[in-house]
Design a protein around this ligand. Structure first.
Ligand code: ADP
Ligand code: MG
Length: 259
């Protein structure tokens, strides 16, 4: 479907506030990912990047603000997530549609790679097991580990495990992929295998939110880059201006330390 002005953003976050007890982590953050857009989130450790991603797919409750998924409000404050009647269905819908890839892969150690990939489609989406397996094999081939279907996570390199985790996220047929530092746990040579997959997904026109320490990756794949500093957006824009002509001293400093 072509993107038109009437297509609502896949994810829209407005004035989001999140605190852990007295610690204010997000202090009024706005972020929008249009369909087909790659938005990267950069910033120092502790600036709130993971918290923002976790709030976006409702893994975390928040105190104030608005989150919309395809134009529809999905957030209620004060009740605790999943505690209102009907919330549980909503949570599942959001989490399956905004599929997350974590730094530490989080594969289930006691399951084969293919079982890891088909588990949620079969149990949560109630997909037919044979169809889920066929799609799972296809996705594992797509990320370059089609020969690892029957292996266990411990038998794979970190780069292979992360690619399996990406296949698992894709198996939910999500509307957007959320990556939280997907290459940080990897040795540089394995990092590139995963970078290649992320670039291919960006080229396919997938909607993605990408938290990364890899400025080259962010510059290569992003339509929009957001620099978070102490829970606030300090600067944002297209990668060319953010990386090529940073305006704020904080971003200039951050970039000088991360290159
Ligand atoms: P980033 O991903 O940018 O490194 P995080 O979102 O993980 O930052 O963390 C932002 C801040 O929130 C940090 O100060 C961190 O210690 C704190 N924090 C994160 N998760 C929790 C939690 N579950 N409980 C309390 N504090 C947390
Ligand atoms: Mg983080």
């Amino acid at each position: 479907m072509p993107v038109t002005e009437t297509t609502p953003p896949v994810i829209e976050i407005r004035d989001l506030h999140k605190a852990y007890g007295a610690l204010e982590v997000l202090k009024g953050v706005d972020m929008v990912a249009e369909k087909g857009e790659v938005v990267s989130l950069i910033g120092s450790s502790g600036s709130g990047k993971s918290t923002l991603l976790r709030c976006a797919n409702l893994l975390e409750d928040s105190q104030q603000g608005e989150i919309r998924f395809e134009g529809e409000p999905v957030l209620w404050h004060g009740t605790g997530l999943g505690r209102r009647p009907g919330d549980h269905k909503q949570l599942i819908r959001i989490r399956t549609n905004l599929s997350m890839v974590f730094q530490q892969f989080n594969l289930w150690a006691h399951m084969t790679i293919l079982e890891n990939v088909i588990e949620a489609p079969v149990t949560v989406l109630k997909r037919d097991r044979h169809e889920a397996e066929a799609l799972g094999r296809e996705l594992l081939a797509k990320v370059g580990i089609g020969d690892k279907c029957d292996a266990y996570p411990a038998q794979l390199s970190g780069g292979q495990q992360q690619r399996a985790a990406i296949a698992r996220a894709l198996a939910m047929e999500p509307k957007a992929l959320l990556f939280d530092e997907p290459t940080s746990a990897l040795d540089p040579e394995l990092e590139q295998e995963v970078v290649k997959v992320i670039k291919a997904l960006a080229q396919e026109g997938r909607t993605m939110l990408l938290v990364t320490h890899d400025m080259r990756l962010a510059a290569d794949v992003s339509d929009h880059v957001v620099f978070l500093h102490q829970g606030k957006i300090e600067e944002e824009g297209p990668p060319e201006s953010l990386f090529g002509n940073p305006q704020t001293e904080r971003l200039q400093q951050f970039l000088s330390h991360s290159q």
